[in-house]
Design a protein around this ligand. Structure first.
Ligand code: AMP
Length: 209
């Protein structure tokens, strides 16, 4: 299965991708997470990406196309993968298509803007392993600590409400057109993301059949 999870920031792509990844035994590839790791490691790509990310802007296509192309060549991707947060522009989608990848499904998680702004204020991310939590819908077992690795839970620097609104604007102008791109290819399935986590997972599984 080669899947793409589309949707605005905070729609639940990462959370749902983690669940579906485990069930299908395929990796989730998140360019956002790869970039945050690059920033943490202080690599040239990380340094370049940081200014765009902090401003809620997209990192240039050539950077993304480079890192995703390399990642998909790794052996764990041979039986399939879930792309979370990539492609985000038509240019990225075309680059993936030109590299010969035929996606089985593109799941678009639909959540309205105001619900997103509200959700993002409760989001927490493990500083060590990147696992995501939400203070209301998916709280950690021990306050402030990751269930998976015990790492410290932090607020992402681009989850501030003003940045979230900028990211939503970018989503509508740059990423939402991908729905039409994949609908034309018969791959798009829209799923309501504004329901509880288990119901959204079930709806995604139904869309994969
Ligand atoms: P995410 O974790 O997917 O929400 O990504 C966080 C930030 O990383 C985004 O707001 C962008 O600045 C950058 N980013 C991640 N993936 C991409 C992508 N495919 N294209 C451009 N920028 C990206």
């Amino acid at each position: 299965m080669k899947l793409i999870f589309l949707g605005p920031p905070g729609a639940g792509k990462g959370t749902q991708a983690a669940i579906i990844s485990k069930k299908l035994n395929i990796p989730t590839i998140s360019t956002g997470e790869m970039l945050r790791a690059a920033i943490k490691a202080g690599t040239p790509i990380g340094l370049k990406a940081k200014t765009f990310m902090d401003a809620g802007k997209l990192v240039p296509d050539e950077v993304i196309i480079g890192i995703i192309g390399q990642r998909l060549e790794e052996s764990d991707c041979k039986d399939g993968f879930i792309l979370d947060g990539v492609p985000r522009t038509i240019a990225q989608a075309e680059a993936l298509e030109n590299s010969g990848i035929d996606f089985d499904r593109v799941i678009s998680l639909e959540v309205g803007d105001e619900a997103i702004v509200k959700r993002m204020s409760g989001r927490r991310v493990c500083a060590k392993c990147g696992a995501t939590y939400h203070m209301e819908s998916k709280p950690p077992k021990a306050e402030g600590l990751c269930d998976e690795c015990g790492g410290e839970l932090t607020v992402r620097s681009d989850d501030k409400p003003e940045t979230v609104r900028d990211r939503l604007k970018v989503y509508h102008s740059e990423t939402e057109p991908l729905k039409e791109f994949y609908a034309k290819r018969g791959r798009l399935r829209e799923v309501h993301g504004d329901q509880d986590m288990a119901a959204a997972t079930k709806a995604i599984e139904e869309a994969l059949v």
